[in-house]
Design a protein around this ligand. Structure first.
Ligand code: OSB
Ligand code: MG
Length: 384
């Protein structure tokens, strides 16, 4: 081993980055309006925040698991425990030359992809910063903005029509309506009637079964861009049966955990579009692998969301600059969700275009530490 140079500046790439410490916080941000989907209602956004420190830099990521296992299996409490008792002790004090060197540590664990993604994403940010590169460049993305739409929670027809009008007036490039049994054909018909030309999609968050085939075929009448995750979270097979009976494309969200799932789903004809959420799939390397698999199948992808704070939003925006993210994503303005964000740089879309944050390196946003302190608790500080 050669001695490290005493001159200032980043360490030579070959030596990698030593993770000197990790800070874990639990953050609670009140939502401006409750967000209702088929599996439940969210009134606050409660999430773990991870800050990895090394080489005088900070890499930051947030977890997208919910308090209860209603979207997928992971929970905030389980994630915090796994992070603090298993994952962080495996990485703090160690040196990594690229995010891919985390794979032997993170890869063998079962499930818990949202928690594993936190470590991986925070390290991507730290690594990109150490190289002086925006995260999008480290990932191979290009462009200074991404196209975005809105995701509208379940609400009475009048409220939904007002929200759609607002989104359309704001220039958002797509409107997604959350649906569930008993709140589907009528609401979609009402929106389509009032807005005949807009790009419209629906998301059932797994509420239906093959026994609802006729009802789901009824959605073909509305010219939807796709129907997101109509069937079970752990199913691909029945989605193939349903897709064969529909004109409208199916988009899978919950069912796709990695690039192998994406390959199987596309090969079986279970979907024609994939929603990529970096947390759901275990991190940015997995997200990029899914993106590449979909590109090979000629299937477009788009970037989903989990009502993230500005930290998760920034990761999403950088990721969505990769070439096959050709459909508008869910990363709308943070001010639609929160009175105040935990970052210093507002992430606001204009005319359905969300700017890629930062002229600098990594995710391009910085924590508002003073505000963060008022909406979070320190849960763990691990030092080498
Ligand atoms: O299925 O895409 C989903 C929010 C919480 C849980 C699941 C989903 C969503 C969204 C919101 O649709 C997207 C966003 O605005 O972040
Ligand atoms: Mg979804």
């Amino acid at each position: 081993m050669t001695e490290m140079s005493s001159e200032a500046g980043p360490a030579p790439l070959s030596q990698g980055i030593r993770i000197e410490s990790a800070e874990v916080r639990l953050v609670r941000l009140p939502l401006l309006v409750p967000f209702v989907i088929s599996t439940g209602t969210m009134t606050d956004k409660l999430f773990p925040l991870l800050i990895l420190k090394g080489e005088g830099l900070e890499g930051i990521a947030e977890g997208v698991m919910d308090p209860q296992p209603d979207y997928l299996e992971e929970t905030v409490a389980g994630g915090l425990d796994f992070l603090c008792t298993a994952l962080l002790p495996q990485v703090v004090g160690k040196r990594f030359r690229s995010p891919y060197e985390l794979e032997p540590i993170l890869g063998p664990w079962r499930g818990n992809r949202m928690t594993r993604a936190m470590v991986e994403m925070a390290f991507w940010d730290l690594w990109a910063k150490s190289l002086g590169l925006p995260l999008q460049c480290a990932l191979g993305g290009v462009g200074d903005h991404v196209d975005v739409g809105v995701s509208l929670g379940i609400a009475p027809a009048e409220t939904t029509l007002e929200r759609v009008a607002e989104a359309v007036a704001g220039g958002y490039k797509r409107t997604k309506l959350k649906i569930r049994k008993g709140h589907d054909l009528k609401i979609v018909a009402a929106v389509r009637d009032r807005f005949p030309e807009i790009k419209l999609t629906v998301d059932a968050n797994t509420d239906y079964g093959l026994q609802d085939m006729q009802l789901l075929q009824g959605l073909d009448a509305f010219g939807l861009d796709y129907i997101e995750q109509p069937l079970a979270y752990d199913d691909i097979h029945d989605h193939a049966t349903l897709q064969a009976a529909l004109k409208t494309a199916i988009c899978l969200d919950e069912s796709i955990r990695n690039a192998v799932d994406a390959r199987k789903a596309l090969a079986m004809g279970a979907a024609r579009v994939i929603n990529i959420k970096v947390g759901r799939v275990g991190g940015l390397a997995s997200a990029r692998a899914i993106h590449d698999t979909c590109a090979a199948f000629g299937a477009p992808v788009w970037c989903g969301g989990m009502l993230e704070s500005g930290i998760g939003r920034a990761h999403n925006i950088h990721m969505a600059t990769m070439a096959n993210f050709t459909k508008p994503g869910d990363t709308s303005s943070a001010s639609r969700y929160f009175a105040r964000d935990i970052i210093n740089e507002p992430l606001e879309a204009s005319q359905g275009r969300m700017p890629v944050p930062g002229n600098g390196a990594g995710i391009g946003v910085t924590l508002d530490r003073a505000y963060l302190a008022t909406v979070s608790d320190l849960r763990e500080e691990i030092r080498a």
